[in-house]
Design a protein around this ligand. Structure first.
Ligand code: NAI
Ligand code: OAA
Length: 270
């Protein structure tokens, strides 16, 4: 491994811009070299004060410049970012990991090109423990997500079911099903369910409940795992980002910790 790994970031929103700023402040062994954005002028203004300005390039060019490509863009452009990184044998770090579930051929392709796909814990917690449990005999994995209604706005499932989420006045379960269907119906809201499914027993067997709760001020996720060896119950309460209330502020921090773990001498947690 070279002494320094270069990083490219697709998307400069709630996740990407925070991560870019943190990398620019200096992280041992990592150097931000390129970013992609929908609005180039805004992106140029965003990186204008950086100590080391990254190049602003089209999505597919990130993989030409960076060892690690972090995807932090809408799920609609996931495939373009993922494919270019995987074809070049890069380390691909997806935020929109719900978009990976129907594209597991990318994992097969990565085996051929030598790329790695590293799904960060993101807005969730405890995926180290879930992965450990999954080495044994797991009988069930569930996640219950509760968000303020504003954190669910725009989900295709709500349109299909004609649910006006902003009209909800009491805690209401708006979805119950498996992680695969949850990711399809809520592509910008429950990437956490996809990450949990990938860490544990897969998207068909991982069960998801999504609640719209007007009393909530945080995005809350509770994981429950039952296995022959262990019982896990874990809750995270995420402060929503100002830029995007669907996204918890912990997410760019989690990705930063994930990247740091790729170069650090001491790495804690498996
Ligand atoms: N894995 C996890 O735990 C979490 C995943 N997410 C997901 O991560 C992704 C990013 O989330 P946020 O940063 O909150 O979204 P955001 O909406 O704040 O930022 C996305 C950025 O991508 C930009 N963008 C749009 N089209 C683009 C294009 N063609 N090329 C380059 N940039 C483009 C937008 O202008 C925006 O600045 C979303 O898919 C979100 O659902 C969000 C929270 C947690
Ligand atoms: O999973 C997601 O896409 C986002 C989320 O719930 C959070 O940030 O709490």
């Amino acid at each position: 491994m070279s002494a320094e790994l270069t990083v490219g970031i697709a998307g400069l929103g709630a996740i990407g811009l925070h991560l870019a700023r943190a990398l620019d402040k200096g992280v041992q062994g990592l150097r931000l070299v390129a970013v992609s954005a929908k609005d180039q002028t805004k992106a140029a203004a965003n990186v204008a004060g950086f100590a080391s300005k990254p190049a602003i390039v089209p999505l597919a060019q990130l993989a030409e410049m960076a060892d690690i490509v972090v995807e932090a863009a809408p799920a609609a452009v996931f495939e373009e970012v993922a494919s270019s990184a995987i074809e070049r044998g890069r380390v691909f770090v997806p935020s929109s990991c719900g978009a990976l579930l129907p594209r597991m051929h990318l994992v097969e392709r990565a085996k051929q090109t030598g790329a790695r796909i590293i799904v960060p814990t993101g807005a969730l917690l405890g995926l180290d423990a879930v992965r450990a449990a999954a080495e044994g005999n797991v009988s069930s994995v569930t996640i219950e997500t509760r968000k303020p209604p504003g954190g669910l706005v725009g989900a295709p499932y709500l349109d299909q079911q004609k649910i006006d989420v902003l009209a909800i006045t009491t805690p209401t379960m708006i979805f119950k099903g498996n992680a695969f269907d949850a990711a399809q119906g809520f592509p910008a809201n429950v990437n956490v369910a996809a990450a949990l499914a990938l860490a544990g027993i897969g998207p068909e067997r991982t069960m998801v409940e999504i609640w719209a709760d007007p009393a909530m001020t945080r995005n809350q996720h509770t994981i429950r795992v039952e296995s022959a060896e262990v019982r896990l119950t874990m809750t995270i309460e995420n402060v929503p980002s100002v830029e995007n209330p669907r996204t918890g502020k912990i997410t760019p921090l989690s990705i930063l910790a994930c990247l740091r773990g790729m170069t650090s001498t001491l790495k804690v947690g498996s």
